[in-house]
Design a protein. Structure first.
Length: 287
């Protein structure tokens, strides 16, 4: 299927884009207009784009159906300050409720039942139920078009971070299971970033992996090993030497691995890969 964005209706294009570019983190944005009316609204066109200075960007798009703009966009043009509150699973239904298109001047904190907490540096309040809130000044608003569906990049510089100690682990890092973040997908679908949905992939920051192209051909073209398996194998710095392979076989009573057929050996290696033991997988494959 090949899709030319110019050849399909915008709502159809929107459905493909939002379902494909997912999951997307949610910026739960509190803003205020020049009269002091507070607004609270979620945006999933959102991410971080710089560490120094710390920059977050979200995009309130023009409505597809009637090409009108959202109250958040109007507010930041009047008062260039926001609080970006992160959404956790315990507040996702209330967050969805806050996305209703209430008339201008209606406070979604009240409608959705959230706790309004006074910010330290900016005028808009923060959401008490959020585990992490970013007080920001709006550096720039960049319109991307004038038709329905066009985005408006709101470039926000983080001035202050409110972080709930309850989501930290013993090392002071954010624990994803305690954070329990949610993200938007296509249509009415959301995803939850905790529990079995969370996994780790070692970063090749301090080492250079040998690469999949350096894996011996009989392993690289395995009928058993998946692309993920090969990616793990290719992330090793160097292949185990013959002595360490033989010692591994002796220590683990795998002395007969050389007699296994290829598929059985690859299945055994895959078992070790599933446990994150890449070195053992390599020693099985090379034994």
């Amino acid at each position: 299927m090949i899709i030319d964005p110019k050849e399909i209706p915008v709502p159809k294009l929107q459905s493909y884009l939002q379902a494909s570019v997912s999951p997307r983190p949610i910026a739960f944005v509190s803003s205020i207009d020049r009269e002091g009316h507070v607004n609270l609204s979620p945006f999933s066109f959102f991410n971080m784009f710089s560490m120094n200075p710390p920059i977050l960007v979200f995009s309130p798009s023009r409505r597809v159906r009637n090409n009108t703009t959202k109250h958040t966009l109007e507010n930041v043009q009047e008062v260039p300050e926001v609080v970006i509150n992160m959404v956790n699973y315990q507040m996702v239904q209330q967050t969805s409720l806050a996305s209703c298109e209430y008339p201008k001047g209606v406070n979604e904190f009240l409608k959705a039942g959230f706790t309004e907490v006074k910010s330290s540096l900016v005028k808009p309040p923060r959401v008490g139920e959020s585990h992490v809130s970013f007080e920001c000044k709006v550096n720039q608003v960049i319109p991307l078009g004038t038709e329905g569906g066009a985005g408006n990049l709101v470039i926000c510089e983080v001035l202050l971070i409110h972080l709930d100690d309850a989501v930290l682990d013993e090392q002071g890092r954010i624990n994803p299971n305690k954070m329990d973040s949610v993200a938007r997908m296509g249509s009415d679908y959301y995803s939850r970033a905790s529990g079995e949905a969370v996994f780790t992939v070692p970063k090749p920051n301090e080492k250079i992996g040998i690469g999949i192209d350096a894996i011996p051909e009989h392993i690289r073209h395995s009928k058993i090993l998946t692309g993920n398996d090969l990616g793990m194998l290719g992330n090793i710095e160097k292949l185990p030497d013959v002595e360490s392979v033989n010692q591994f076989k002796l220590n683990n009573q795998f002395t007969e691995t050389s007699a296994l057929d290829t598929e059985s050996k690859h299945q055994l290696a895959q078992h070790f890969l599933a446990e994150g033991n890449v070195e053992a997988a390599w020693k099985i494959l090379l034994g």
